[in-house]
Design a protein around this ligand. Structure first.
Ligand code: NI
Length: 183
């Protein structure tokens, strides 16, 4: 695999704070290429041989805005088995419903745009259903749970200009810990 030539913006870039826009179909060839590049990058970042060779930080999700492109598109690459991956390409997502139950990632969330250690709880819905469009513009619905639900919410926040660090109470980073389930 060849490492794609993409530049992930760090949190100091103000464009990460903008709200991304609805995508129209058909997708441009540029957008299709960027989606493919993101899939390749996220996949390689989760394979030891590549993350060692290229000094990559492992990541499972990326939104277009992290490359400076304010479009409602994100990609998630989930490792479902030893170096076997499932890709989600999500365009124009909308929340349909979500659980009342909240969860948080015990070891903390990470983001390829946040290059520092951040402690604290980011409350997320344990399960949710979203509608979105696939790469052909077809309407789809997906129900996600647990870590994938967290990943989807993290990426949907990016489309609204929100980073996970914004959701941590600065004065009390572990606030309401008892009201949520750790995953
Ligand atoms: Ni992120």
């Amino acid at each position: 695999m060849k490492l794609p030539d993409i530049k992930i913006l760090d949190e100091k870039h103000k464009i990460l704070r903008t709200t991304s826009k609805e995508v129209e179909f058909p997708l441009s060839n540029d957008d299709k290429k960027i989606i493919q590049d993101i899939i390749t990058y996220l996949t390689m970042s989760q394979i030891e041989k590549y993350y060692t060779k290229y000094d990559l930080r492992p990541g499972m999700g990326m939104a277009f805005i992290q490359l400076g492109i304010p479009k409602n598109i994100f990609v998630i690459v989930e490792e479902i088995d030893e170096e076997k991956f499932k890709n989600y390409v999500i365009i124009n997502p909308k929340m349909v419903s979500h659980s009342e139950e909240l969860i948080y990632v015990g070891e903390g969330e990470g983001c390829l745009s946040v290059n520092r250690e951040v402690e604290g709880i980011v409350p997320r819905y344990a399960r949710m259903t979203i509608s979105y469009q696939d790469m052909d513009g077809k309407k789809q619905e997906i129900r996600v749970r647990e870590d994938i639900s967290v990943a989807f919410q993290h990426e949907m926040d990016h489309l609204n200009g929100i980073l996970f660090v914004d959701k941590i109470d600065k004065k009390d980073p572990f606030k309401n810990k008892d009201k949520m389930r750790e995953i």
